[in-house]
Design a protein. Sequence first.
Lengths: 167, 186
Amino acid sequence: MADTATYDLIASQTLASAASSITFSSIAASWTDLRIVFNVTAVSTDNLYVRYNGDTASNYSITELWGDGASTGSLQTSNAAFLYITDKGSITTTPALYAFDIFSYAGSAYKTTLWNIANDRNGSGYSTSGVGLWRSTSAITSVNLYSPGGSNLAAGTTAYLYGIKAA
Amino acid sequence: MPILGIIASQISGHLAPPSSFYSIATATGNNTSTIITFSSIPQTYKSLQIRMMGSAAYGSNGNTNIYCQFNSDSTAANYYNHFFFGAGSTTPASSVALSRLCNGPDTPVTTSTFGVGVIDFIDYTSTTKNKTTRAFTGYDFNGDGIGYVALSSQLWMNTSAITSISLVAGDANWSTGTTIALYGVK
């Protein structure tokens, strides 16, 4: 078995001031999977959603599992206009880590994404694992993480886009 | 070099040198076999990772478990598995013990939808430790009650170095479009 180095940092961003969204666009079809890591601090608690290729149609759905120390739960959405990542958002004092794996993002099948959220708040907080479907056979060329309530992604929020290429 | 556009405030995009993450091999399904095996795995990494997009048996909506076997060991008593999962309106989280099971992507209902998963194998070359792996898997079919996301742990009670990994689809052949990639981390 020959091996080939991969897991390439494609791009990164750091917000110097609050913004409502972070977008990676013009993503080349050079890899097999994408991995995106966001380290988000909030201006105010808000939901966080994801869209691909700017698609605002009802082509998204998710299944999610979460725990907050006191309880656990699972939810699903269907025919949504975005990937419903969380309604628990981030807070102003501790960062939340969002890690997304987007499989075969340039392939011809529908696009499935796994994600984890880690957000401990020193006595509260939550952890979430989710899977989402974008019912499109188009290659993903842009990813948009956004806060629907406005400019709630605080300064210092970082985002890293990696590409992983299979042999 | 790919051209990448970045839309946001405050841009700092760049390319970086390759990391210590290596693509070793990729296998695909073709509707003829329930087993995909990576054999003669190099012993030159610290850990392994499998990234998979797969399905077995279109349209059944069944619960096709994905079994994970090492070094061709098919003895059920040598494996153990725990997992918890979310499935929307069904039991939010649970755990069960199952032998010889790597709980993985489940059966899709269309040829365009696949389950996905990431499985990590740590210290796979050790000859003194039993092997513990973890998996993060899921699928979603637009909220029709059969979406599933799971975090799981698997134990192989054997101290041999892992030289082969087989992923076994429980109910049917791996379908066309299934892609399973093996990576090594140095």
